[in-house]
Every structure is written in structure tokens, then in C-alpha cells.
Design a protein around this ligand. Structure first.
Ligand code: NAP
Length: 316
């Protein structure tokens, strides 16, 4: 089975190869695991922006036809939420038009597509977790571009999985954990928004969820009726201020910072940004558990290995 990962250098994309290799052995039924991993050969190919610009549809088409993958995992995205407000065309090209073109290519070459999306497709109203059946109502360019990408995929390709996640952190790329550690170097107090609630989600846990779905579906005999949209995030829910508290406390316990700054909880109105953020980013992850047995990740546990990895990278 050939799997092509687009965006293989990103926060999530960079975790997928190892996750797939682990899942092929661990999650596949015992009689199929060996076959997938060894006999049939699980072959994983990663493409980064340097090797393949996905907005170049001619090159994308050629690369896919050349490789003829069974699955494509699209971990590329335009993720600069604030900058998207002033670069709407670029955000829509990467997040909407390109996933649509990719889905059309998949349809032509009989590849299956797993695409990652976001809680930003929702309004952020209320305090209940959003299920897959909730109405979408994005607040800004990033969310509306991601929603348009979902819609384009659904209309072009039946054999797709759209995995919506939120508040991603990991050793690669830019994220809230890295921002807080950087601020801890120079501040005694950090003001952090306390009225936006969601669930931090480790990039590795998303990669593990993706790997479980791909291996599980690859092992299914005959027609599969599990295509569609799923939510996956960490647990428990918290605010950004709550997340910052945990980052500082874990970093102190691990000896990464000696005197952590105190966290001053503030309201969203005190931290204006070009893009409006959802107040409620809670995703209901019941469906993915019911269908694939994938449980929300305990982000408090996942945080420590990420802090270790960041510390090791810093020490070189
Ligand atoms: N980060 C979050 O908190 C969050 C929350 C919810 C959902 N998501 C979704 O999760 C998915 C993965 O996000 P992430 O956090 O892993 O993002 P990321 O770290 O920004 O990774 C995205 C990757 O896509 C690449 N890329 C962008 N444009 C490209 C192009 N034209 N051709 C080829 N590659 C291109 C980027 O390369 P460059 O680095 O060179 O630009 C980067 O490696 C995305 O679909 C995102 O919408 C993320």
C-alpha cells in the first residue's frame, strides 16, 4: 500500500510517517499487520513544499500519477489565521481550490484522500462541543477558506475522510507552546486569553488518529461506509490561559524553566487580533470513537514529550 503525505514538513505532516509505521504493526488485525507492513509493503512517501508546491496543479497531477498512491494525506494548509485576512486569495488557493483539485485527481486515479480541517469552520458560539452535524459558520478568511476546501472535496470525491482538529502543538512549526516558552525567557507575567475554550491537541496524536483510520480502512474487506467527516481533538477542554499555566508548570517540573511567569487571565477584548477567534472551539469526538475506536488524547500527558523534544532541539 502506497501512502503519499503532502505537507510532510509541517506540525502534523512531520509526525505521520512514524505514526503510520507504528499503526501498521499495532492497529491492523493480527493477520493483516504483517502483510501490510512487510509483504505488501507499506510504502510512505512525503512531499514538502520544496519538493512539490501543491498549488501547481500540473505538477501535483503529475506527481500523483507517477506514484499512483492508494491514499493521499493532505497536511498542507495556509495556517496563518491573522495574515489570511489580508491575503484572502492565497488562503483560498491553498485551503480551498487546491484540496478541490486534489480530490478531482484522486477521483481520476482511484486514490483515497484524508484531509485535515479545523474548528474554525464553526461560529464558536455557546459552550457545548460541536458535533459533525452542527451547522458551519466561519468567522474569518481562514475558516471560510477551510470550509470551502471541505465542500470542494465532498463534491468531487466519495472516498474521503475530513478530520477536523483544533489547537495543535508539537515539536515542529509554530505553536502556542513554543510562544509561551519564548515569553518565559523574558517575562515575569504573561497575559493570556481566558474566554476562548477548546482542547490542545498534540500533532503526534492527530498523526496516530490518521494512521489508525488509514490502516483500519486499508484492512477492511469490501465496501466501506465510513467515509465522511470526523472530529478529533485532545481532552480535557481548557482556555488558552489554562493551557499556558500547564505549559509553565510542566516546563518547571522538567527543569526547562526555573522561574515560570505568572499567567494573568484576560478577555478576548483585551487582545485584539486581525482575525476574530471562536470563543468555543470544543469539538465533540464521539463519532470517531464510535466508528474507529479512537479516543481523545490526554494533552496533559502529551505535553511533556513535546517539551522534552523542544528542549533537546534547543540544546542541539
Ligand atoms: N495549527 C493548528 O492549531 C491547527 C488547528 C486546527 C486545524 N489545523 C489544520 O491542521 C492541518 C495541519 O496544520 P499544521 O499545524 O501542521 O500546519 P503547518 O505546520 O503550517 O503545516 C502546513 C504545511 O503545509 C505546507 N504548505 C503550505 N503551502 C504549501 C504549498 N503551496 N505547497 C506545499 N506545501 C505547502 C507548509 O509549508 P511551509 O512551512 O513552507 O509554508 C507546511 O509545511 C491543516 O489543515 C490545518 O488547517 C491546524
Amino acid at each position: 500500500m502506497k501512502v503519499l503525505i503532502l505537507g510532510a514538513a509541517g506540525q502534523v505532516g512531520s509526525e505521520i510517517i512514524a505514526a503510520l509505521e507504528d499503526a501498521a504493526v499495532k492497529d491492523a488485525p493480527p493477520d493483516k499487520a504483517g502483510a501490510l507492513a512487510l509483504d505488501h509493503g507499506l510504502q510512505v512517501f512525503g512531499a514538502t513544499r520544496q519538493s512539490l508546491d501543491v498549488t501547481d496543479v500540473v505538477s501535483l497531477n503529475a506527481a500523483v500519477r507517477d506514484l499512483s498512491p492508494d491514499w493521499i494525506i493532505n497536511a498542507t494548509a495556509y495556517t496563518a489565521v491573522d495574515r489570511a485576512e489580508s491575503e484572502p486569495d492565497l488562503a483560498r488557493l491553498i485551503n480551498a481550490a487546491t484540496p478541490g483539485a486534489l480530490a478531482e485527481i484522486c477521483q481520476l486515479v482511484s486514490a483515497r484522500l484524508l484531509h485535515i480541517s479545523t474548528d474554525y469552520v464553526f461560529s464558536g458560539d455557546g459552550n457545548q462541543p460541536f458535533t459533525e452535524a452542527h451547522d458551519t459558520e466561519p468567522l474569518g478568511v481562514y475558516g471560510s477558506s477551510k470550509l470551502a476546501g471541505e465542500t470542494a472535496i465532498r463534491s468531487a470525491l466519495h472516498e474521503h475522510i475530513i478530520l477536523r482538529t483544533a489547537w495543535v502543538f508539537g515539536p515542529q512549526g509554530n505553536n502556542f507552546v513554543k510562544t509561551m516558552l519564548k515569553l518565559a525567557e523574558s517575562r515575569d507575567e504573561v497575559s493570556v486569553v481566558d474566554d476562548q475554550v477548546g482542547a490542545p491537541t498534540s500533532a503526534r496524536s492527530i498523526a496516530d488518529a490518521i494512521a489508525t483510520i488509514v490502516i483500519d480502512m486499508a484492512c477492511a474487506d469490501g465496501a466501506d461506509d465510513r467515509w465522511g467527516t470526523y472530529h478529533y481533538s485532545g481532552y480535557p477542554y481548557t482556555s488558552w490561559a489554562g493551557f499556558a499555566d500547564e505549559i509553565f508548570s510542566a516546563a518547571r517540573d522538567l527543569g526547562i524553566i526555573s522561574s515560570p511567569p505568572s499567567v494573568r487571565p484576560i478577555g478576548t477584548s483585551e487582545y485584539p487580533t486581525p482575525a476574530v477567534r471562536p470563543g468555543n472551539s470544543r469539538l465533540d469526538c464521539t463519532k470517531i470513537n464510535d466508528i474507529f475506536g479512537i479516543k481523545p488524547d490526554d494533552w496533559l500527558t502529551s505535553l511533556r514529550p513535546v517539551l522534552f523534544a523542544l528542549q533537546s532541539a534547543e540544546r542541539g
